[in-house]
Design a protein around this ligand. Structure first.
Ligand SMILES: Nc1ncnc2c1ncn2[C@@H]1O[C@H](COP(=O)(O)OP(=O)(O)O)[C@@H](O)[C@H]1O
Ligand SMILES: [Mg+2]
Length: 326
């Protein structure tokens, strides 16, 4: 097994009496998206700042390794392996997009020609060529974020920290950003993503850690997290009342809806439970006209774990219950 790209044990941070991170463990596999999810003030930015060497953890913390390097003893090596795109952008509005890029190239000690080539390539890749000669202050929110990521990529980091990269973006720019993140990962880059948007973690993350009260309240894939809380069920719908009634007696635990000819059976939506349900229907010689699996969505999980209602709604994207037709 290779080292995870990011591994933290007992990560602690307090400001005075206030414990922000109360000994958390994090592990992000190479070439994956690891998402730290939490409401405002949960400590996401603090975690990013520590892992990217901008601030120090408390001395009582356990070992923290980033890119295979020990954060406490070799912070320079960590810095060389990572890129950080902050919640508050590094973009300088007074100069042009191109000048911002060239400045980054200088910071990374790229020779002038090489710097110009890399800048032009990245501006092109992020659809900023046309705007390259305009002051960054004239860019839209989405353009600024794209420039910010382009600047991060100048140093070809293998690990990228994205702190709330889509907060405040319109849905279209958000989807562009998601696409960018997917491309980074397909190039083998590890992405540490913080977000307040459950849908974003659900879309992108291989693993999700939910941060609440300074601790990791739960960690796993989106599917694993959704199975942690009750509310999942399978719904069977019939057109033939006779079939509906035989199904209802074959499945006594089902909640009946006689008007809709529908049965609702509690289920975690796992393959095992579905197979057992289908077997029981087969044995009874019953065929449903429609079978849908309803899993709780991440909003339900987040609420159950953090008790927080402090989750901003997705602009223009009402949170629809997730249904998976099978
Ligand atoms: N420099 C600091 N001094 C004191 N408190 C801080 C400092 N930075 C962050 N905090 C506190 O730590 C908590 C977590 O903040 P932060 O990591 O920014 O949360 P998030 O990014 O999840 O919104 C907040 O209560 C915040 O007020
Ligand atoms: Mg933050």
């Amino acid at each position: 097994m290779t080292d995870p790209a990011i591994a933290a044990h007992g990560l602690r941070k307090s400001y005075g009496d206030k414990v922000v991170l109360d000994g958390i463990d994090l592990a992000a596999g190479e070439g994956t998206v690891f998402s730290l999810l939490g409401p405002n003030g949960a400590g996401k930015t603090t975690a990013v700042k520590i892992l990217s060497t901008l601030i120090s953890p408390d001395p009582a913390s356990g070992e923290i390794r980033v890119g295979g390097h020990d954060l406490a003893t070799t912070p320079q090596a960590v810095r060389a392996a990572i890129g950080v795109t902050g919640q508050f952008s590094a973009v300088d509005g007074l100069i042009t997009g191109e000048e911002n890029m060239l400045l980054m190239a200088d910071l990374h000690h790229l020779p002038k020609r090489e710097g110009r080539r890399v800048a032009a390539e990245l501006l092109e890749r992020f659809d900023l060529t046309e705007a390259a000669k305009k002051p960054a202050s004239t860019y839209s929110g989405g353009m600024k974020r794209r420039l910010d990521i382009a600047m991060t990529l100048v140093g070809s980091p293998r690990i990228i920290f994205l702190d709330e990269p889509t907060t405040g973006l319109d849905p279209r720019s958000r989807h562009t950003m998601w696409q960018i993140i997917r491309e980074l990962v397909s190039d083998g880059v590890t992405v540490f993503l913080t977000t307040q948007y459950l849908e974003e973690a659900d879309e992108l993350a291989d693993r999700i850690a939910v941060l609440s009260d300074g601790r990791i309240a739960a960690e796993g894939t989106a599917e694993e997290l959704k199975r942690l809380i009750p509310g999942g069920h399978v719904r069977l719908r019939f057109t033939d009342p006779a079939a509906y009634h035989s199904a209802a007696s074959a499945l006594p635990e089902a909640t009946r809806n006689d008007e809709a000819l529908a049965l609702q059976i509690p289920s975690d939506g796992s393959q095992r439970e579905l197979r057992s349900l289908l077997d029981r229907l087969d044995t009874a010689g019953i065929e449903a006209d429609e079978l849908t699996v309803h899993t709780p969505d991440l909003d339900d999980v987040f609420f159950a774990l953090t008790g927080s209602t402090n989750v901003p709604a997705q602009p223009n994207q009402p949170n629809q219950p997730k249904e998976t037709a099978r």
